[in-house]
Design a protein around this ligand. Structure first.
Ligand SMILES: [Zn+2]
Ligand SMILES: [Zn+2]
Length: 263
């Protein structure tokens, strides 16, 4: 059976609404991969509101604990269904700090009134190690490059692979990450900045669109999708960037909220 990969949120740093954001979307990051009777979800930004579990066991892999990647959990309607079983895989990304504790503190007073265990759904918080197997599928993780840390993920079986590298500011020598993402059928990667943003925003933890496109080419990804675009960029600006991106990297594109890709 094919995988169905749904881009449910594309935006970085904060959500946004309005007519100028309808084409590429305004929800923060969430990508779901549907594989037979299971759902694999990468990040739980506000885009997770569009995700339905539909009776499938749901595994959510959090990249890191910046708000835009966990903000959608508190108002996700699927947490209100007692028949749902949701497993949150949480990496330890800073020394001496457990991911489980970080997420739990975000979902407790004074930040949020209800703990994740108080929702009707069965919610399990587990520590994500370097690898994780669920049925016939494998998930590998690698420490990424972003302030406060991040975990990149690769989901694969014998036939297909999908790599998720958000949030990400690639180092000058990105060989280790090229190996990690090599030959992905689909690479979803941080392409937040326009090249003109770089002088001011170097070290903020994000790629430019051309860095992201070049990385996709180097690691031989069949398709590269850029996400985490800043709220300062409306649909018109992203379309203009897209033309420039594809003049260099024809297999790269900007992600659109609501888009689905089958592998
Ligand atoms: Zn982010
Ligand atoms: Zn971040």
């Amino acid at each position: 059976m094919k995988w169905k990969i749904s881009i449910l949120g594309t935006r970085g740093s904060a959500p946004i609404t309005g007519r100028d954001f309808e084409e590429y979307g305004g929800d923060t990051l969430c990508v779901a991969v549907e594989c037979e009777d299971r759902l694999f979800v990468f990040d739980a930004g506000t885009g997770i509101r569009h995700l339905k579990c539909s009776g499938k066991e749901t595994h959510i892999f959090i990249s890191h604990y910046h708000q835009d990647h966990i903000l959608g959990l508190g108002k996700w309607p699927e947490l209100l269904n007692p028949e749902n079983r949701i497993i949150l895989h949480l990496p330890d990304i800073r020394p001496g700090e457990r991911g489980i504790d970080v997420l739990s503190s975000f979902f407790s007073p004074p930040f949020w009134p209800v703990g994740l265990h108080q929702y009707p759904a069965e919610v399990l918080l587990v520590t994500m190690g370097e690898t994780c197997d669920v049925g016939d599928l494998h998930i590998a993780g690698i420490s990424g490059c972003h302030p406060d840390g991040v975990r990149f993920y690769r989901l694969y079986d014998e036939k297909r692979s999908f790599t998720y590298m958000v949030d990400c500011e690639l180092p000058e020598d990105s060989y280790v990450y090229e190996q990690f993402a090599r030959n992905s059928d689909l690479l979803i990667i941080d392409g937040q900045m326009d090249e003109t943003d770089l002088p001011m925003k170097k070290g903020w933890g994000h790629n430019t669109m051309l860095q992201a496109g070049e990385f996709g080419k180097r690691c031989l990804a069949k398709k590269t999708i850029l996400v985490h675009v800043d709220v300062d960029a409306d649909d018109g600006m992203i379309s203009e960037r897209r033309s420039r991106l594809q003049s260099y990297y024809p297999t790269a594109d900007f992600g659109k909220q609501g888009e689905a890709i089958r592998l």
